[in-house]
Design a protein around this ligand. Structure first.
Ligand SMILES: [Fe+2]
Ligand SMILES: [Fe+2]
Length: 185
């Protein structure tokens, strides 16, 4: 006779050992990990000396920030806005994203050629720090107190992130070689 089918709910084990209680697909854990990663990239930029190294780091920073902002805007923010019946936190965060996108457009695919470029990255880093602080200390704290299914949201975020990483042409604002970056007017 045929063997009994395995239960499909059995989750596949991955090599990544996750801490107890904090699943790798938890929305907040995923977004916090992104924040940490970008902050490390900014730190690396501060100590980078060569133009080539700076250029590589800026490309990563722009990619990470663009993907992160987009998954928040498409998936996380609307869910949080609805759950909190929010009229302030999410709109403010969206305005901040817009300013960040302006900064990204000023440095993406440009030569890191001097103090003005370094200044732009520094300002961007400070701006991201401020934005992240508000998300982590306010939005995430409040979101955790709602009945939002953070696991399910996390799965959606992870899938969308993967898709945007694999195909950057889906990103808002054009990557190099595609249509010119539009003004965010
Ligand atoms: Fe954000
Ligand atoms: Fe964020």
């Amino acid at each position: 006779m045929a063997t009994a089918p395995r239960k499909t709910s059995a989750s596949r084990k991955t090599a990544a050992g996750t801490a107890r209680g904090a699943s790798r697909t938890d929305a907040i854990a995923l977004l916090r990990a992104d924040h940490k990663h970008v902050s490390e990239l900014f730190e690396q930029y501060e100590s980078a000396r060569s133009t080539a190294k700076k250029k590589t780091l800026v490309a990563s920073i722009c990619q990470e920030l663009s993907v992160h902002a987009q998954i928040e805007e498409e998936i996380f923010y609307p869910a949080v806005k609805a759950a909190l019946k929010d009229k302030e936190l999410v709109p403010e965060a969206q305005v901040e994203h817009q300013s960040l996108k302006d900064l990204i457009a000023q440095v993406r695919d440009k030569e890191p050629d001097g103090e003005m470029f370094d200044a732009k990255i520094k300002v961007m880093s400070e701006y991201v720090k401020h934005h992240v602080k508000e998300e982590q200390n306010e939005m995430f704290v409040r979101a955790k107190k709602t009945r939002l299914d953070l696991q399910q949201l996390g799965e959606q975020l992870a899938a969308r992130k993967q898709s945007l990483m694999d195909d950057p042409s889906q990103l808002e604002g054009a990557p190099a070689g595609q249509a010119p970056v539009e003004n965010f007017a």
